[in-house]
Design a protein around this ligand. Structure first.
Ligand code: MOS
Length: 761
């Protein structure tokens, strides 16, 4: 018997290069906007210049007169054509209930007010500049403390919401020997994936094909069926590659129905590529938040009480909220916990998911407050976390499926060289540079959803995997292929993976970091059905060393079915006995505590994610981030020369792609701490820096050493394969760690993000 190492085969566990890497770097991977159907017409949006009021008149004459202009859609000729979408928060798929071009009312700056379709992009764009719009303008409400906000308790607008609590906060805080109170702020952020938002629609009779970057092709199909009032079976969504999403391409935005209707009316394919600046308002973003955190502790550091009040911005018309107290309250063993989330309505477009939507703002606030507590107690911040490490879920009392937070701190501290150091602010310097160390915990719920997959395996050892999952740049194609390579005992190079197409078996939404766990468990289930068929045939082969053996003792290794002794039979012989050339199996995987209807719901474009706190267990991935900042004494320039993150995410299927996810997460965390903020014109409720020149993101020169450590973790409870998602784990703790290091370097506690030079002057 010949066996080859996991690295040689590329099976699960190998640091395999991406199977789609070559296609991507050679430009052969076709992204949605690369599709150019014959006779395509081009659409361009005109968006509102005001945030609140109504359109009085629109003069289209000059635009219509331009050669090549085919149609101009406004509320006057489009009203009522798009049916009311169901908000994803209410079980639908839509990012907003706004019906585009349905009337003259303006609900936010940058709202779609016209769509021009022309033979060429140039003509459509030119026409968009020639539409004269007169508005009746009202004074808008811009943000959290603007005049005219409408503040509601989360519970009031979402019946299923519960503010996590434990024990008796008032008693706990009264018993505290040390107490900190902090108010923290996080900014507006926009995703700014390099791939712009685009939609191309083509009708063939009453069949609609949609090319659009999507984190959920089944959701997009269902959403379009709803908004167009047609049978979902007549809609085909094709989207094999996504050039970055981060949550922005997970729900259905108002643009798609407009393009579909235009294509139907013009009887031509219509393509729309939303411009960078329009992307800030016709899709979603991370909303600004406020936090009040109180921590009480005994002199030995043990928490006696934790309270966390959060305020989050949303639009007038939708109930988007992140309510991140659910995650934050799972970090520490505080016996008395009180939380409260409020949602604040203003005249803005509806926010939405952005990488670790709840944890990023809430854990930032908590982890900064924890550092303030460590300072108040004159205690090492890692020790403070150690004495408060939760052994069970602080809210429900349930066990964690696994929890390796302190193992992460130990591994990161060792590599970083964290040891007793002078914790007084400003104590460490190197020439003109003040040096600060900071740390923070990170966590993200281990989540999953029902998923289906089809696997086709042939007698030469080649396999084809079909699943409507999505690779948003994470490496999902590769990881899913690796899982099949492991189960089928074949090489990754023998496996092809088909994804991102609504005709494939329903896979998970690429959100909530659920893809690897959900898709791999489904693919493994299909592979296991194939194994059972082959093993049953193999033991019936008379002239085979496997004859009469128990099927359950067999394995598939390197193109052979083998028994415990190592003796076996080639696949061709086993297939011969089976009387088949190919075995194909379809399997559905339903995670623990998913509703029985969850799979059906996924096929209907619904999302049924389980994980995090469950009825009988609590599943989270954890990590620790330690870093150094250097701040120039004179200019107050802030640099992050090194960051070490140690993470425990259950079984790691591909250390290479996982490393990229975690490294990228920490880089985004640095960006959150020091660079990113969408600036708001408070008078106009308008985004100012809506372009890649003014919206700051880090470049190579901003990033120093980034070290990623995998802390081994075997989790037998989270799902059969022990996989936890890691896509949204690493960007959670970073901003607090930087903020804490800035305090250590300077003695200035900045309680908002991003931290700018001017905050340290
Ligand atoms: Mo991600 S923000 O869960 O799509």
């Amino acid at each position: 018997m010949t066996t080859r190492s996991i690295e040689a085969t590329g099976a699960a566990g190998a640091a395999a290069p991406r199977i789609d890497g070559r296609l991507k770097v050679t430009g052969q991977a076709r992204y949605a906007a690369d599709e150019m159907r014959p006779n395509t017409a081009h659409a361009v949006f005109l968006t509102s210049a005001i945030a609140k009021g109504r359109i009085a008149t629109m003069d289209l004459a000059a635009a219509r007169a331009l050669p090549g202009v085919l149609a101009i859609f406004t509320h006057e000729n489009m009203g009522g054509l798009v049916r009311e979408p169901t908000f994803f928060g209410a079980g639908g798929t839509a990012s907003t209930v706004q019906r585009p071009l349905s009337g003259p009312e303006i609900q936010h700056e940058g709202q779609i007010i016209a769509m021009i379709v022309a033979d060429t992009l140039e003509a459509a764009r030119d026409a968009s500049f020639r539409i004269a719009v007169a508005y009746e303008e009202q004074k808008p409400t811009a943000t959290l403390d603007s005049e005219g906000i409408d503040v509601r308790a989360a519970k009031e607008i979402k019946k299923t919401h519960e503010d996590p609590k434990a024990g008796d906060f008032a008693k706990g805080i009264a018993a505290a020997q040390s107490r900190v109170d902090g108010e923290y702020r996080t900014p507006i952020q926009h995703h700014n994936a390099i791939e712009l938002f685009s939609t191309t629609c083509e009708w063939s009779g009453d069949e609609l094909t949609i090319y659009e970057p999507s984190q959920f092709v089944y959701g997009l199909r269902a959403g379009m069926a709803e908004q167009l009032g047609i049978d979902p079976q007549r809609i085909h969504v094709i989207n094999p590659y996504v050039g970055g999403a981060f949550g922005s391409k997970g729900s259905v935005t108002p643009r798609t129905a407009l393009v579909a209707i235009a294509a139907r009316q013009l009887k031509r394919p219509v393509k729309l590529v939303v411009t960078r600046d329009q992307g800030f308002t016709v899709t979603t973003y991370r909303a600004e938040t406020r936090h009040k955190v109180t921590l009480g502790a005994r002199q030995d550091g043990k928490l006696t009480a934790y309270s966390h009040d959060g305020w989050e911005l949303t639009s007038r018309i939708d109930d988007y909220m992140v309510a991140g107290t659910e995650g934050a309250t799972r970090l520490y063993a505080a016996p008395n916990i009180a939380t409260h989330v409020s949602v604040v309505r203003a005249d803005r477009n509806t926010p939405g998911f952005m990488r670790s939507p709840p944890e990023v703002p809430y854990v930032y606030a908590l982890e900064t407050a924890m550092d303030e507590l460590a300072v108040a107690l004159n205690m090492d911040p890692i020790e403070l976390r150690r004495v408060n490490d939760a052994k069970k879920d602080p809210i429900t009392g349930m066990r964690f499926t696994s929890r390796s937070l302190m193992e992460c701190f130990d591994a990161a501290a060792k590599s970083f060289g964290w040891s007793e150091h002078d914790r007084r602010p400003g104590a460490h310097r190197d020439g003109d540079w003040l040096i600060g160390w900071g740390c923070a915990s990170t966590l993200y719920p281990a989540q999953m959803s029902p998923a289906a997959a089809r696997v086709r395996f042939d007698h030469t050892g080649k396999a084809r995997i079909e699943i409507a999952a999505h690779d948003v740049g994470t490496g999902a194609y590769t990881v899913i292929g690796q899982m099949a390579a492991e189960r089928l005992g074949t090489d990754l190079k023998n496996i092809s993976v088909e994804m991102g197409d609504s005709t494939l078996p329903a896979g998970p939404v690429a959100g909530g970091s659920i893809t690897t766990a959900s898709a791999c468990n489904a693919v493994a289930a299909a592979c296991d059905a194939i194994r059972r068929k082959l093993f049953a045939a193999a033991v019936k082969s008379e002239k085979s060393p496997l004859s009469g053996q128990k099927p359950a003792t067999l394995d598939l290794v390197a193109g052979r079915v083998v028994g415990a002794s190592g003796a076996g039979q080639g696949l061709d012989k086993v297939f011969e006995k089976l009387g088949a050339g190919v075995v194909e199996e379809y399997a559905e995987w339903i995670p623990h505590e998913a509703t029985p209807a969850g799979m059906q719901k996924t096929y209907q474009g619904g999302v049924s994610i389980v994980g995090g706190p469950m009825k009988d267990r609590t599943a989270y991935a954890f990590g620790a981030e330690l870093l150094e900042v250097r701040i120039n004494t004179y200019t107050r320039e802030i640099r992050v020369p090194r960051i070490v993150g140690a993470f425990a995410g259950g079984r790691i299927i591909n250390p290479r792609t996982a490393h990229s996810q975690l490294m990228g997460g920490m880089i985004w965390g640095i960006s959150s701490a020091l660079h990113e903020e969408t600036e708001l014109d408070l008078g106009a409720a308008r985004y100012i820096n809506d372009n890649l020149a003014d919206y700051l993101v880090p470049v190579n020169a901003d990033i120093g050493e980034v070290e990623v450590i995998f802390v081994p973790e075997e989790d037998k409870l989270v799902n059969p394969l022990g996989i936890k998602g890691i896509g949204e784990l690493a960007n959670v703790g970073t901003a607090a760690a930087i903020s804490n290091a800035v305090y250590h370097a300077t003695g200035t506690r900045v309680r908002k993000l991003p931290i700018r030079i001017e905050d340290l002057l």
